[in-house]
Design a protein around this ligand. Sequence first.
Ligand SMILES: [Zn+2]
Length: 78
Amino acid sequence: MMAFLQREIWECPFCGEESIEVLVRPSVYVAKRSAVRGGRKTTYHRVREEVVILSESCQKCGKKKDEIEKKWRSEQII
Ligand SMILES: [Zn+2]
């Protein structure tokens, strides 16, 4: 499976400063082969995009990575 990772700078959900470095893996389709009657079948599963926060904390307001992640998850951003 090929997936390209992309580094981006996102806005901090607390202070709005563009200071959070994240690694984004876009949503991809993953092929899955399974044995079926008469041969093999390939189905595709969509994998949700993944975001990994690289910054340990916001450089502007000092909020920690886990607080930022929790906030983004609660707002369904990630
Ligand atoms: Zn901040």
